[in-house]
Design a protein around this ligand. Sequence first.
Ligand SMILES: C[S@@+](CC[C@H](N)C(=O)[O-])C[C@H]1O[C@@H](n2cnc3c(N)ncnc32)[C@H](O)[C@@H]1O
Length: 220
Amino acid sequence: MKRKELESLLQQVDGFEKPKLLLEQYPTRPHIAACMLYTIHNTYDDIENKVVGDLGCGCGMLSIGTAMLGAGLCVGFDIDEEALEIFSRNVAEFELTNIDMIQCNVCSLSDTMSKSFDTIIMNPPFGTKHNKGMDMSFLKIALQMARVAVYSLHKTSTRENDQPLNPSFTILMDHIQKKADEWKIKMDVIAELRYDLPASYKFHKKKTVDIEVDLIRFSL
Ligand SMILES: C[S@@+](CC[C@H](N)C(=O)[O-])C[C@H]1O[C@@H](n2cnc3c(N)ncnc32)[C@H](O)[C@@H]1O
């Protein structure tokens, strides 16, 4: 499947009906989701026939794309029942059979899931709504769950050193890098993306807000 084709299919995925601010329910836009998943699939071969987990799956944008790219199974995890209802409807609409979902608080997932997935993908809550450090809590759990790799979107401004990504994908020293070093995990920023957030909340004055995000690959 071509990336453009994936993107146009993902445009048909229904998003949050009443997004919950405290859960940071921003959907991944189809363009970003397609770029992200296509890279994971084509460059790293971490999707096809693999068992993939999607932490904070929301209405399933990343899980559905993963299933379309031939995952053996993709399991989405989210705390919010309403988001998972929309996710279920999306799955039925696309007639996908390689998807499952679990309602839970990702931060309380126990060790029973340890090393149960080849790949974990996620667009986690960035931890900007009275939940500072939430992205790092998601990351810690993801690293326990995955056997091969974790792919995660993180706000570029999290970096102390705001240099653009250089062609050799130089690893940037930042907060996440320090944590990865502490956990003895190799990480690479594999893409820089612009996340055009639609104005989904009343306090958003502009139609869209651009946020720079890094797609990071953590290899185990
Ligand atoms: C930025 S949204 C991403 C949604 C979806 N993955 C996507 O790409 O469109 C973050 C998601 O994390 C979920 N979430 C927030 N806190 C959570 C928690 N503690 N446990 C599980 N899910 C959580 C929210 O409900 C929301 O769906």
